[in-house]
Ligand binder design. Sequence first.
Ligand code: COA
Length: 378
Amino acid sequence: MSDTTPTLYKGLVGVYADVSAVSKVMPETNSLTYRGYAVQDLCEETDFEQVAYLLWHGELPSAAQLAAFQAEERANRALSPALLRVLRDFPKDAHPMDAIRTAISFMGMEDPEAGDVSDAAQRRKAMRLLAKAPTAVAAAHRLAKGLEPIAPDPALPWCENFFHLVFGKVPQPEVIKSFDVSMILYAEHTFNASTFTARTVTSTGADIHGAITAGIAALKGPLHGGANEAVMHMLKEVGSPEAAEDWLEGKFDHRALVMGFGHRVYKSGDSRVPTMTKYAEKMAEVVGDRRWMETSRVLAAKMLRVKNIHPNLDFPAGPAYYLMGFDIPLFTPIFVCSRITGWAAHVFEQAADNRLIRPLSHYTGPEQRPVPPIAARG
Ligand code: COA
């Protein structure tokens, strides 16, 4: 390249794009805090609803604040008849991520405050999204399987209601706790690709439904949220702990990516993995099937020994969801239902102190040239 090539940060590696008070990743200590609280402490001491409140308001709720938050969420879970009709018309083989992306976009059109991007309206819309997204994810999934959608149950907390919507029943408390922990761990993670996408959309003055629709599009990719599905497909392909070492050798021979490993920010371990692994192990105990966690253990040990690459959150989350009974294509939509909280917190933050996000590109195409007449073009 010529001397005039500016310094490029491909993939925006190492670039600080803005300040944020929502969460902090500390790769040197493999730790992560939301609003100053360590995520592993939040997992043990609180629940997903309290964490959603924390991300949106900056502080953990009092009992009265939590009760009001829960009441508002529970009152907003039902889908409109129009959206339910649209869901019925989705192609049966549509990926559930495409279904929830489209459903959220539709919710944006029918939202009673569609044209209002004031902070107060955006916060009310975020609550509606947190409440309705599980209903839409579960309804689309059930319809694709030839089953009728199940109406949300306002008597149930958010996590219990999620299982009710998908399966028509609520599992034992250990399962709910493992799911709740996964929701907390997936809720927020600084300027990852989907959150940065949501902030970029917000920076144009667009509304929160647009920002979250775009965030979902970004999250679907296998280098981002789609990895939790890819991990489970991989574990099934490996098949057993005994087969894991040879299977991995084959991947090394082809220099192939191993899903659920590596991270842009953490290079010596993902802060969320020990907690999620602990709760995935609990799921293996509850279900009485240790095959997937044993296979995972062999893969992780060899990846570390040979490549010095650690697993990321998707690695234990994939088998945890499988053991909970969820179909694999639902894994990333489950991630969506949690990450709506983090995306929304960033939407509020970006809008409160906005500057249009618009980086530069260094042009490497042809020099300026005349347009040839069509007859002269080969
Ligand atoms: N399997 C095999 N090798 C991997 C790897 C993986 N999962 N992740 C990284 N590496 C290798 C890269 O090939 C690269 O090797 P090289 O230096 O010989 O070319 C080296 O480790 C550095 O990785 P790099 O691609 O620079 O990291 P990144 O920050 O650009 O990418 C991810 C981060 C997450 C995109 C990447 O690790 C990945 O694709 N992981 C698998 C998908 C996944 O689990 N995503 C969920 C993320 S939470």
